[in-house]
Every structure is written in structure tokens, then in C-alpha cells.
Design a protein around this ligand. Structure first.
Ligand code: ZN
Length: 132
């Protein structure tokens, strides 16, 4: 892993800007990655136009999962729900700026999986997410 990106991940892991919970919230969802023991909850507040006005994540796990959650949450505040639905694996990898192996990829993509499940409400479309 490149040192610069390693530092970014450690920084977001140690000093996340968007860790917390929103009560009340409009969307809340949580899931885990049993391979690594990562657990992520995402809370969203959405206005009547479908725009995300506030978001927070909580949970625990490895540095990659937590840093990915912080970066992802930061990136979706101000976005429309429809834009969030179209976020891809590559968008998350671009935020992290690193190439990851299969195991770490699951860590990195857990926050996106949780976010999308929350946005879709029932989480059924989650199976369409390419996590491999
Ligand atoms: Zn992990």
C-alpha cells in the first residue's frame, strides 16, 4: 500500500469526521462483514427533495472499513438519494485511492453495501452489488 494513502486511511480511522448516530433519522441500516468482524451502521437524514442533508456512521472494525465509511459518508452529504443508488464499487475505491485484495475489498465495500441497503429501504437490491 502506498504510504500516502495508508496515512489517509489511518487518519480517517483515528479521527473520523462523521462518526455518530442520528436520532431521529430517515434511514438507518446496519450490516457486518463476518470475514473481518467489521460492523457498520449508517444513519441518514433526507429532505423532501430526496437530498441527503446529514449522515453519520457508527460501528467497529478494521481501519479500512472505518475509514471507508468516513470517506463515503462525507461524500454523500448533499447528494440525492438517486445519486447514492448509482454509486459503484469503483467510486469507493477512488475515495480510498488504493488497490485492495479480495478480503480487504469486502471491508472497504461494507459501508457502501449498508448505505445502499438503507437507501433502497428493504435492501433487496443489495444482491446486485458486485462485491467480488
Ligand atoms: Zn475489515
Amino acid at each position: 500500500m502506498d504510504d500516502l494513502y495508508r496515512e489517509i486511511i489511518i487518519e480517517h480511522y483515528k479521527n473520523p469526521g462523521f462518526r455518530g448516530e442520528l436520532n431521529p433519522n430517515d434511514y438507518s441500516f446496519e450490516d457486518e462483514n463476518p470475514v473481518c468482524g467489521d460492523h457498520i451502521r449508517v444513519d441518514l437524514r433526507v429532505n423532501s427533495d430526496g437530498q441527503i442533508v446529514d449522515a453519520r456512521f457508527s460501528g467497529e472494525g478494521c481501519a479500512i472499513s472505518q475509514a471507508s465509511a468516513d470517506l463515503l459518508i462525507e461524500s454523500v452529504i448533499g447528494k440525492n438519494i438517486e445519486e447514492v443508488k448509482s454509486l459503484s464499487k469503483q467510486d469507493v475505491l477512488d475515495l480510498l485511492g488504493i488497490d485492495l485484495g479480495v478480503v480487504r475489498l469486502k471491508c472497504a465495500l461494507l459501508p457502501l453495501k449498508v448505505l445502499k441497503a438503507g437507501v433502497y429501504g428493504m435492501g433487496k437490491e443489495i444482491e446486485e452489488l458486485d462485491l467480488e
